[in-house]
Design a protein. Sequence first.
Length: 262
Amino acid sequence: MFMKSIISNTIHPNMKASKTDAFTLIELLVVISIIAILAGIALPVFGSVQIKGAQTKALSNAKQIGTGLRLYAVDNNGTYPSYKLDPTTGKPGTELVDSSNDAFAQLIPDYLPNEDIFWLTKSAWCNATPPDNQMDAADVYTPSKTLKGGENEWAYVPGLNDTSNPSYPLIADGFKADSEADPVYVAGESVAGGVWKGKNAIVVRCDTSGAVMKVKQAGLRVVGPVNAADGAEANIFKVADTWIPKKVVNPKAAVSAPATAP
């Protein structure tokens, strides 16, 4: 009897130790479900953070362009580049630039060192690859290499100067192609004018202040108070509705032309 008790006490603890803990199938499914829910919450937040980061960098670049315009004005009687250069003298003529590229090219290299800050990887106005930073010779006043098509994202309001109303819009994300008379954006990122999915637009004003502005979903326009006593709002880039002197000029199209908006 004594030996039986000893054997029983010896075996019993070992038998308990041989048992192993493990997840049941239901427990595993619960864990997997929780992970999937957390991933579903985190991924949109991560995507939003990436977009905000890209917008912050693009806004900084646009402000640098604004600073370059002001430096140009110091040497050119307060005016911003708005007219094509005379091919012989290199002085501004009387014909307005056809694109923002032609205006901004006049800033390089004296006021801005290269083409990099004009390019935005997400924009359909831009080539898939960064600018090549090839420049025309100093005595070439009709640009063919400097800031050619696909190397610039930004639209531009010509005809302004360093004494213009500081709140006038000066630089913005490129608009939908052929909408310069009434500039609008589009919802698709693959189309020129849709870089932020038609929800936001970066706008820099004459005093080089800037912001990421909401795009009015009715018409995809950037609206704000117009120069009127009643405080009505309208497209801040449309000459007929606001006080800017000349219509917006868009960038030159990318080498692979952007898709046509529906």
